[in-house]
Design a protein around this ligand. Structure first.
Ligand SMILES: NC(=O)C1=CN([C@@H]2O[C@H](COP(=O)(O)OP(=O)(O)OC[C@H]3O[C@@H](n4cnc5c(N)ncnc54)[C@H](OP(=O)(O)O)[C@@H]3O)[C@@H](O)[C@H]2O)C=CC1
Ligand SMILES: O=C(O)[C@@H]1CCC=N1
Length: 255
C-alpha cells in the first residue's frame, strides 16, 4: 500500500515504525524528527508531495494544527482515504473541514503502538468502501490490535484508548512510590509492578473472569490485600478513575 504520514512525532513515528518494510511509505514533518528514518526504506518529502504519492494519508500533527494542514492538502484528496488520529475530531467536524464527499476514517491509536502493542479504534464515513476500510484496518493492525467502532461509541472508546496509557503510567508510578516508601529499591519495584500488571491483564484476558472475581481470589480474610483494598476505597480510587475518564471525555467533546 502507498501510505503517507504527515507529522512524525510520538504517534506518527510509532505508526511509521510499525509500517516499515511492508509498504511504500511517504513521510513529512515540519521539525527535525526524521533522523531515525534517514537510512530506512521511506520517502521523505513535503506535505503536499506526500499526499500526491499516497492512497492512504494519516494526519499525525497535534489537533491545533489540523485545520492548517488540512487547508494545505485538501484539494489533493480526491479518491484518497484521509485518516485522522486527532482527539476531538468527529467525522462531522472532519467532513466540514475536508468536504463531505471525501473518504475519511476517524481513528484513535495509542502510544504502545511504538512497541507493536497498540490498541486502535476506527470508524469510517460512508464514502469509504469495504475494501478501503479493510486496508485501513490492516495498516493499524501492523502496530497492535485494531477494531471498528460505531460512531456513537467512538468518543467514550477514544478516551479509554488514547488517554489510558497516561493513567496507567500514573498508577505504576504511584505503586512504585509506595514500594519505595516501604523500603524496596526503585528498579526492583518497577520490575515487579510491570510484570504483575502485564500478568494480571493476561490472566483476565485468558480466563475471561470478571475483575471482581479475580480480586476476590487475592483477598484472604483479615489478610494484607484487603487492607490495601480498603485504603484504596477510602481514597476514592474507583470514583477517581470514573472522574478521570469523564473529565477527558468532556474535554474531547469540547475541543
Ligand atoms: N500522544 C498520544 O498519546 C496520542 C496522540 N494522538 C493524536 O496524535 C496526534 C499527534 O500527537 P503526538 O504524536 O503526541 O504529537 P507530536 O507533537 O509528538 O507530533 C506531531 C508532529 O507533527 C509535526 N508537525 C506540526 N505541524 C506540522 C506541519 N504543518 N506539517 C508537518 N508536520 C508538522 C511536529 O513537528 P514540530 O515538532 O516541529 O512541531 C511533530 O513532529 C494528535 O492529533 C493527537 O491527538 C492520538 C492517540 C494518542
Ligand atoms: O491528550 C492528547 O492530546 C492525546 C490524544 C489521545 C491521547 N492523548
Amino acid at each position: 500500500m502507498k501510505i503517507g504520514i504527515i507529522g512524525i512525532g510520538n504517534m506518527g513515528s510509532s505508526i511509521a515504525k510499525g509500517l516499515l518494510g511492508q509498504n511504500e511509505l511517504y513521510l513529512s514533518n515540519r521539525g527535525s524528527n526524521l533522523e531515525f528514518f534517514k537510512d530506512k526504506e521511506v520517502y521523505i518529502m513535503g506535505n503536499r508531495k506526500v499526499v500526491e504519492n499516497s492512497d492512504y494519508i494519516i494526519l499525525a500533527v497535534k489537533p491545533n494544527y489540523y485545520k492548517e494542514v488540512i487547508d494545505e492538502i485538501k484539494d489533493l484528496l480526491e479518491n484518497k482515504v484521509f485518516i485522522s488520529i486527532a482527539a476531538g475530531f468527529t467525522l462531522e467536524k472532519l467532513e466540514n473541514l475536508l468536504g463531505s464527499d471525501k473518504k475519511i476514517v476517524m481513528t484513535m491509536p495509542n502510544t504502545p503502538a511504538s512497541v507493536g502493542c497498540g490498541m486502535s479504534i476506527l470508524c469510517p464515513n460512508s464514502n469509504v468502501s469495504d475494501d478501503e476500510f479493510s486496508n485501513v484496518l490492516e495498516i493499524f493492525s501492523s502496530f497492535g490490535k485494531a477494531i471498528k467502532i460505531d460512531e456513537n461509541q467512538f468518543d467514550a472508546a477514544s478516551i479509554v484508548n488514547g488517554c489510558l496509557p497516561a493513567f496507567v503510567d500514573l498508577f505504576i508510578e504511584g505503586l512504585s512510590d509506595g514500594a519505595v516508601f516501604c523500603g524496596l529499591k526503585r528498579d526492583i519495584s518497577y520490575k515487579l509492578i510491570l510484570q504483575t500488571i502485564i500478568g494480571s491483564a493476561k490472566l483476565m484476558e485468558e480466563s475471561g473472569e470478571h475483575p471482581g472475581l479475580l480480586k476476590d481470589k487475592v483477598t484472604s480474610p483479615k489478610g494484607t490485600t484487603i487492607e490495601g483494598v480498603k485504603a484504596l476505597e477510602e481514597n476514592n480510587f474507583r470514583a477517581g478513575l470514573i472522574k478521570a475518564v469523564e473529565a477527558s471525555f468532556n474535554k474531547a467533546k469540547n475541543m
